[in-house]
Design a protein. Structure first.
Length: 235
């Protein structure tokens, strides 16, 4: 469903953020993207929503050829890919409800339909009691749920979550992971950038490891399971 073919991204400053990266991700998968700070994880996400173009290489999502996607189609692409940004990007002067409503307003969704959707999503991510508060009044975990809710506004096929547990304690991190697992179980393909070794090691998701812009390891969930089994058998 997602295909990167020899993707290189060089910023105009000369930084090579991604260097000849090739991989494919199947529909319905839940994949971790792991790597040190500055390795290119956020850049990879920006390329997937056409917030940036690669310097060379091809990026494909289903039938979409992102490099050659006309500008007037970008909004359609972005309805199909929800993003939880590393810095969340919630609007401070709007309530949680209004924040989740915002993309639907911009997308010209009819008011009653939009309200129904927002209420469903708020309920789904478990922040009903916080719906009329402003972002500053919420905890880190609650804000993360709000940002996930906003990313789900158009029921996207793909959800990108950039360090969704970055600022959270262990218990709250796991709650967020459970929420993402639920979303994945309902059919949404998920890519999650993370530094959280505990989560990556505990779950057996496919894991892409990026170091200095290079894809250095692509650990398929199946292999991880086999490794785990071999490890147990050797004990
Ligand atoms: N807009 C930009 N202009 C120039 N260089 C950039 C830009 N954005 C990122 N970079 C550089 O590209 C490289 C990859 O950055 P990126 O933000 O993708 O890393 P990351 O893996 O998301 O890091 P972190 O874990 O800290 O979020 C870094 O060297 C960074 O300085
Ligand atoms: Mg980043």
């Amino acid at each position: 469903m997602i295909r990167f073919e020899h993707v290189t991204k060089q910023y105009t400053t000369g930084n090579t953020a991604l260097d000849d990266v090739t991989f494919t991700i199947d529909r319905g998968d839940f994949v971790f993207v792991v790597g040190p700070s500055g390795s290119g994880k956020t850049t990879l996400f920006r390329l997937l929503i056409r917030d940036a173009l690669p310097t060379s290489g091809g990026i494909y999502i289903g039938d979409w050829d992102l490099v050659n996607l006309p500008k007037n189609k970008i909004h359609q692409l972005r309805k199909n890919i929800g993003v939880v940004f590393q810095d969340l990007k919630l609007l401070r002067d709007r309530t949680i409800y209004e924040n989740i409503m915002f993309p639907l307003e911009v997308g010209n969704i009819e008011t009653q339909e939009a309200r129904n959707r927002v209420e469903d999503i708020i309920d789904r991510v478990g922040i009903t009691e916080h719906r009329d508060k402003f972002p500053v009044q919420l905890s880190g975990g609650e804000l993360q749920r709000a940002a996930i809710a906003r990313a789900l506004a158009f029921s996207p096929e793909i959800l990108l979550a950039d360090e969704p547990t970055g600022n959270l304690d262990n218990a709250t991190s796991w709650e967020i992971i459970k929420l993402l697992q639920d979303i994945n179980a309902s059919g949404t393909t998920i890519l999650m950038a993370t530094h959280n070794a505990d989560i990556v090691n505990s779950l057996r998701n496919r894991t892409l490891i990026i170091e200095k812009g290079k894809l250095t390891k692509d650990q398929h969930s199946k292999h991880k399971k086999e490794e785990h089994k071999a490890h147990k058998d050797n004990k």
